[in-house]
Ligand binder design. Sequence first.
Ligand code: ASP
Length: 329
Amino acid sequence: MKYLSLKIFAAIILILAFQTLVNSDKIFAQTRSNKYTIVIHGGAGTISKNIPDSVKQAYIGSLKYALKIGQDILANGGKSVDAVEAVIKYFESDPKFNAGIGAVFTSAGTHELDACIMKGKDLSTGAVAGVKHIAHPIELARMVMEKTPHVLFTGDGADQLGKKFGLKWVKNSYFDTPQRKAAWEKWKAKMDKEKHGTVGCVALDEYGNIAAGTSTGGLTGKMPGRVGDSPIVGAGTYANNKTCGISGTGTGELFIKNNVAFNISALMEYKGMSLQQAEDEMIHHRLKPGDGGVIGVDKDGNYAFSFNTEGMFRGVATSSGKFEVKIWE
Ligand code: ASP
């Protein structure tokens, strides 16, 4: 009898071990190509080449730091959507960039934040606009994508959703920085032209999945309630495993009217253009000088930047050893 129960016990152990093996097989059955590409941006616009070297180095340092965060995730077999969220979350906590802390001021002296994240595998998307109290709008966008049946939440509804999900809730003044306040004062005094700035990330992971994300405070002096292109699928953000992932920065109204991000994907899919050709078509032929720029990665891991502004804070890292950040050229 004792011998029989021992046998049963051994059989159960064997079955459990077999199941674990089968499951781990499933995990590893997802073919890893060991190839990844990640691109980032921290906004495009008039970036004077005469900025003090210390300021330039600070931007370069932050870009490298952000890029490394994403690269580490991808190099360790992580998912593109996780890399994109982590990079953008970092930018949202760096006051130099117009997203999260450091977001620009509206004409009313407040902050209204927009963000979007999208997966190229199934086009699933989450976006938020006019957020005033959630410290990391990109986290909220991801919650929208994964935990609601909807795509885009705005204003108080978006903030309340963030509260419900337990995301970090802050006073609107949390996003204030002296630099942005000064830019707002300047804007009020001279009614200066709006300045560009936004952050974005696009990645292709080892499983062949593309993800794209964008987060922004919008334009200095924007009217309260105004929504830019960043949270609009196909305007400032888009991802499709059939073609590419795109994140844009620039005058949002023009990116919305021209469906910039989606059109880049469409030019590739319908016209057979390369990523670079498609980006250049939209940025240099459909938009005008000074309007903005885009970053992108295609399904094969090629990357491309295109901008019609003086500069764009940007960077790229690939599994073949490239790691580069740039501002001008
Ligand atoms: N595209 C953003 C917006 O219009 C701003 C920017 O990228 O500079 O909200």
